[in-house]
Design a protein around this ligand. Structure first.
Ligand code: LAG
Ligand code: CA
Length: 482
C-alpha cells in the first residue's frame, strides 16, 4: 500500500482542495499532465451534510451523510469522467476517505445529494447505518485523552462526530464497498482521514478487502491502492504513527513543522545537512510529506506555526527544499484564499462553488491561489522528476542560512535565508554548459527568462543570491540547459 503508482518519471501530488471534478479534469489536461505532476488528492467525494448555519464552511465535507458520490464538487458521472481524463494524461487521483465517523448533531439535516438523516437515532438511511453501527456508550474525546487513553481516542467522538464502529462486520463492509466502488472508477488510492481514531487491526481488515487497481485505467495487474493514513504525531501522545506504518504510509506532520521553523529563521538552514530519519522523520517509503495541509494552514489539526501561501517567500523556499531533497513522497497544497478559518471555497449565493479562472500568466483568479501554478513551485516538480533516485551530494553551507547541494549529476540547488547576499563559486555536479535558473525564470525555447548560470569544465559555477531578491532559491538541472 506504499506505492502511489505514479506514471513513470513522476514524483509529486497536489491537493486540489475543494475543486470541482470538471475543473480538475480540465486542469489535468491543460496543466498537470503536461507539467509532470503525478497525482491529485481530491476533497471527499461522498455526500456530506450541508451546513448553512455556518455559510457552507469547508469543513462540512468532513461530515458524511452517505457514500453516494454527490457533493458540491460534482456527481458520480462527473467524478468518473475526471478520473478517466486524468489517468489518460498520466495523473492519478487519490480520495480523501472519511470512514471514522458520520455527521455531528445539527438542526439542519439535508445532504448535498438530498439524503436526510435522523441524528438522534444515529440513523443514516442512505447508507444505511443505524444505532448498532456506532460506538457506545457515546462519549466525546477530550484533549486529555490524547496523553492517556487510546481506547477513548478511538471509541469516542472526534469533535462530536458520530463514531462508527469499524469492529463490526457490517460497518467494515459498507466502508469496503464505498472504497471498492471508487477503485472500480479508476482511483489510485486513499488518504485515510482521522486514522488515529480507528484501531489499526480494523483498518488492516478493511485494506485487505480492497480490490486491486483497475487495469482498464492503466494500472498493472495486481497493483494495490496507495494508502496514506492521517496520523498527527508530533510526539507526546499515547498513540504513535509507528502503530500504522506496518499497514501503509503515514502523513509526516513533523516534516512541515521543522521546515517551517527553518525557513522562518527559527532554526538555521545548515542543520538540514542530515535531513531525514536523523530528524526523527518516518522512513522514506513510509512518509507522505508536505509543508502545509488544509487543516494546519488555518490553525486546525496539529496547528503550529506552519508556512503557507501567505508568507510566500519563505513558503516557496520550504517547498523548494521539500522537492529538491529526496526524502519522502511529497504533496503540495493548492488553496483558495481565506481570511477566516471557517470560510468555504469561492461560492455564489446558492452555495455553488465558483470555478477558478486562469490568468494570462498561468496564475488563478476568482479567489483561488493555485500554489501549484506558481513557477517556483511547478518548476521544482520538474526538478524532482529529473533528479529521480539520485542522492544528495556536495553539501555546502556557510555555517548559517546559506546552503547548496547537488542531486547526482542531474540537479543543483542553492538557498539564501540570511540577511546578507550569497556570492560563491560552488560545485554544481552538472556537465559544463549554460543553464537557466528555473526559480527566477524559465527556459522558453532557446532563451531563458531568468538568471543564466555557467557551469565550467570542473562542474563549478558562480552563484549569486541577494538577500533582498524576490526568491531565496536558485535551481538548475539537466533539463534546464539553455
Ligand atoms: C480530520 N482529520 O483527522 C480532517 O483533516 C479535519 O479537517 C476534520 O475536521 C476532522 N478530521 C474530521 O474529519 C474538520 C474541522 C472541524 C469540524 C470537522 C467536521 O477541522 O472543525 O468540526 O471537520 O466538520 C465541526 C465544528 C465543531 C463541531 C463538529 C461536529 O468545527 O465545532 O463539533 O463540526 O458538528
Ligand atoms: Ca473512532
Amino acid at each position: 500500500y506504499k506505492n502511489p503508482h505514479y506514471a513513470s518519471g513522476r514524483t509529486t501530488m497536489v491537493h486540489l482542495f475543494e475543486w470541482k471534478w470538471d475543473d480538475i479534469a480540465d486542469e489535468c489536461e491543460r496543466f498537470l499532465g503536461p507539467r509532470g505532476f503525478g497525482g491529485i488528492q481530491i476533497s471527499p467525494p461522498n455526500e456530506n451534510l450541508m451546513i448553512w448555519s455556518h455559510q457552507r464552511p469547508w469543513w462540512e465535507r468532513y461530515q458524511p451523510i452517505s457514500y453516494r458520490l454527490v457533493t458540491r464538487s460534482g456527481n458520480e458521472q462527473q467524478f468518473a469522467n475526471m478520473v478517466r481524463r486524468c489517468n489518460a494524461v498520466g495523473v492519478r487521483i487519490y480520495v480523501d476517505a472519511i470512514i471514522n465517523h458520520m455527521t455531528g448533531t445539527w438542526n439542519e439535516n439535508t445532504g448535498t445529494g438530498g439524503s436526510t438523516a435522523n441524528f438522534g437515532n444515529w440513523h443514516y438511511p442512505s447508507v444505511p447505518y443505524g444505532r448498532n453501527d456506532f460506538n457506545f456508550p457515546q462519549c466525546v474525546i477530550t484533549s486529555n485523552d490524547y496523553g492517556c487513553c487510546p481506547d477513548r481516542v478511538r471509541n469516542c467522538e472526534l469533535s462530536g462526530l458520530k463514531d462508527l464502529n469499524q469492529g463490526t462486520e457490517y460497518v467494515r463492509q459498507m466502508i469496503v464497498n464505498y472504497m471498492n466502488h471508487l477503485i472500480s472508477l479508476g482511483v489510485a488510492g486513499f488518504r485515510i482521514d482521522a486514522a488515529k481514531h480507528m484501531w489499526p487491526g480494523d483498518l488492516r481488515v478493511i485494506y485487505d478487502r480492497l480490490h486491486n487497481l483497475n487495469t482498464a485505467h492503466g494500472f498493472s495487474s495486481g497493483a494495490r491502492p496507495y494508502i496514506y493514513q492521517e496520523v498527527i504525531d508530533l510526539g507526546g501522545e499515547a498513540i504513535t504513527r509507528d502503530e500504522y506504518t506496518s499497514l501503509a504510509a503515514v502523513t509526516e506532520f513533523k516534516f512541515g513543522l521543522e521546515l517551517s521553523r527553518a525557513f522562518s529563521r527559527s532554526n538555521q538552514l545548515r542543520w538540514l545537512s542530515n535531513w531525514g530519519t536523523n530528524w526523527g522523520l518516518l522512513a522514506h517509503n513510509d512518509a507522505l510529506t508536505f509543508i502545509d495541509n488544509h487543516d494546519n494552514q488555518r490553525g486546525h489539526g496539529a496547528g503550529g506555526n506552519i508556512l503557507t501561501y501567505k508568507q510566500s517567500k519563505q513558503y516557496k523556499g520550504a517547498i523548494a527544499f521539500m522537492l529538491a531533497h529526496p526524502h519522502g513522497w511529497p504533496q503540495l497544497m493548492s488553496s483558495f484564499d481565506f481570511h477566516n478559518t471557517e470560510a468555504g471555497p469561492p461560492m455564489d449565493n446558492s452555495g455553488n462553488i465558483i470555478s477558478p479562472s486562469i490568468n494570462s500568466d498561468e496564475s488563478c483568479g476568482n479567489g483561488w491561489i493555485c500554489e501549484h501554478r506558481w513557477r517556483q513551485i511547478y518548476s521544482m516538480v520538474a526538478f524532482r522528476n529529473r533528479a529521480g533516485n539520485t542522492a544528495v551530494s556536495n553539501w555546502w553551507d556557510n555555517g548559517s542560512n546559506q546552503i547548496a547541494f547537488c542531486r547526482g549529476n542531474q540537479g543543483f540547488v542553492a538557498f539564501n535565508n540570511d540577511y546578507w547576499d550569497l556570492n560563491q563559486t560552488l560545485q554544481t555536479c552538472l556537465p559544463a554548459g549554460t543553464y537557466c535558473d528555473v526559480i527566477s525564470g524559465e527556459k522558453s525555447g532557446s532563451t531563458c527568462t531568468g538568471k543564466r548560470i555557467t557551469v565550467g569544465n570542473d562542474g563549478r559555477a558562480s552563484i549569486s543570491l541577494g538577500a533582498n531578491e524576490f526568491d531565496m532559491v536558485v535551481a538548475i538541472h539537466a533539463g534546464s540547459e539553455s
